[in-house]
Design a protein. Structure first.
Length: 185
């Protein structure tokens, strides 16, 4: 009788411990997915090419699921590319619906503009997420792979960090800095 009671107590302790570990992992996974979802929504919000209010994001174990509507196939591809640039995203399930494809024949100029738009969004988002840079004070423009940074920074170190962030972004050929030091700092 004593052994069976001890065995039942031991089994209960082991079972409750494994449930506790499983609950902790689920909580951590859910929190990570929520963090990724927030970053994904921000990237879409800062995209000048896409209407973020027509695109919904859900995240499950690092996979971003896109639903909603876009105007063209190019917009659909852009949304997917932007999601893949978000840290922590493992894959994208792109379920966006194209409602009108105004120009199914893509010209190289249009594709270049699309790439520039993606680069602008990614650089701006990275500047906003970098705690050592005041991304709100930095304007980002991209033309044919050339990123131009303008605005004010508080130090030379902040200027160099902003330039490095832009240079380390995919599809950037060159960075032009028109960043000025804030004389009040």
């Amino acid at each position: 009788m004593k052994r069976s009671t001890i065995s039942m107590i031991a089994a209960a302790v082991i079972t409750s411990t494994s449930f506790g570990v499983h609950a902790t992992n689920n909580w951590q996974d859910t929190a990570k997915d929520a963090w990724i979802d927030g970053k994904a929504e921000s990237v879409l919000l800062f995209s000048s090419q896409l209407n973020s209010f027509d695109i919904n994001t859900d995240v499950n174990k690092g996979q971003v699921i896109l639903t909603g509507k876009v105007d063209t196939e190019v917009d659909k591809a852009l949304a997917e590319e932007l999601m893949l640039s978000v840290d922590g995203v493992t894959s994208v399930d792109n379920n966006l619906t194209v409602i009108t494809d105004k120009n199914s024949q893509q010209t190289s100029d249009f594709v270049a503009n699309l790439t520039d738009s993606k680069v602008e969004t990614v650089v701006k988002t990275r500047l906003l997420f970098e705690s050592e840079v005041d991304g709100l004070d930095i304007n980002v423009e991209v033309d044919n792979g050339v990123v131009t940074l303008a605005g004010t920074v508080e130090s030379e170190a902040e200027r160099e960090l902003a330039i490095a962030i832009a240079k380390n972004t995919n599809d950037v050929d060159r960075v032009v800095s028109n960043l000025k030091l804030d004389k009040n700092s």
